[in-house]
Design a binder for this molecule. Sequence first.
Ligand code: FES
Length: 96
Amino acid sequence: MNRSEFQQLDGEPIIVTAPGLPYPLVLIQVDVETFRAVSAKCTHLGCHVRPSKNFLVCPCHGSTYNLEGEVVRGPAQRALTIYPVEVKGDEIRIII
Ligand code: FES
């Protein structure tokens, strides 16, 4: 993905897919140069969380995570997996 495409979305967290991963990721802009990729697979029973401006919410049983992937409301007990992100020029690359 290109950084310019992301910025057209006003920096809101977005769902992206990565080849070889069986679940989507949420791409979050931390600051101008820094991005975070968080697994969208809820650690409760595996539904896919949905991003909002400040939280990632699971539609199945209501688990809520902050944008660092930490649980702020159960039933999930474990944080979401974080993947490193490289930014080179305009390119945003998630390292899987
Ligand atoms: Fe996400 Fe149950 S699968 S809260």
